[in-house]
Write a protein that binds this ligand. Sequence first.
Ligand code: AVI
Length: 334
Amino acid sequence: MEGEVSLQLPDDAAALSPSVRARAEQGQAEFARAVLAGFASTPRSIPCRFFYDAVGSELFEEIAKLEEYYPTRVEASLLETYRAEIAALIGPSRVLIEFGSGSSRKTSLLIGALGKIPAYIPIDIAAESLNEAAGWLSEQHPGLNVLPLIADFTKTRALPQIARRRKKAGFFSGSTIGNLTHNEARAFLANAARLLGKGSVFLIGVDLKKPLSILIPAYNDVKGVTAAFNLNLLGRINRELGSDIDLTRFAHDAVYNEKDGRIEMYLVSLARQSVHVLGRTFTFAEGERIHTENSHKYTVAEFQTLASVSGWQPVKAWTDKDQLFSLHLLRHHQ
Ligand code: AVI
């Protein structure tokens, strides 16, 4: 059994269309490889993009509604307050390209402010949430030309035909850019500059550096929703890879790494224990951690510097009165 990967698709998988089934199988094989490699490495880790299965996506929606988790709420209110100014700076008739399907509500605010646009192209690897968001936005904005693109938005190299020879605007909300390392963020911004082309603009939501009294509760809420979101990674391993991990023997932890300016999330083993994944045994020491997420925070100036070295010129940045969150408008300067 060593090295053999036997994956568990849901019971109703037989009813899926061949292309959806193939994608599900590919996704699970990728997850299996990442877990086996992450558990075999020191320190142990699992990439945060695997948080977002159906259960994890729902838990993230719950996080977004928490009192302690300000980013979603404050970003939406910045968009609401400054939408006319943002739309005027973006200018008319641009194809709107969204990286990661994000919260449809925020996108709806932006689309409403931009008025008539040739097309809206949301890019996301999660076909289901992409189609759901696209459907909801089409209802909210009758006549909107929605062209969802199922792809990894960090690696997208080509856009649908309609985007060629038209001016483009990018949108990347929720401070998802914070989940990338600085190097990855620079590579993402440079790729987006190539994809969107000369003269394009890019609107990006970025979480700000702030006191730990606000930051830590945002990633360790009293109701334990963030803990459930983090632990769901282990639940997903059990569901999809047929493992036997006891979730009550791991705990959620979130700490701030001052040097790197980021929240780091971990799953901490509460005992010495062995878990089995696809025929392999991994032994955890008591207190041993699995690194599951980085969430980088930036000052306005730090993010503008990062953007500038990646092909983007800062146009304007908006922040709320409590300096919790920032919205940056950038212009492709090459
Ligand atoms: C999606 N991303 C920007 C969230 C964040 O704040 O880094 C994910 C998250 N992790 C814990 N809570 C929310």
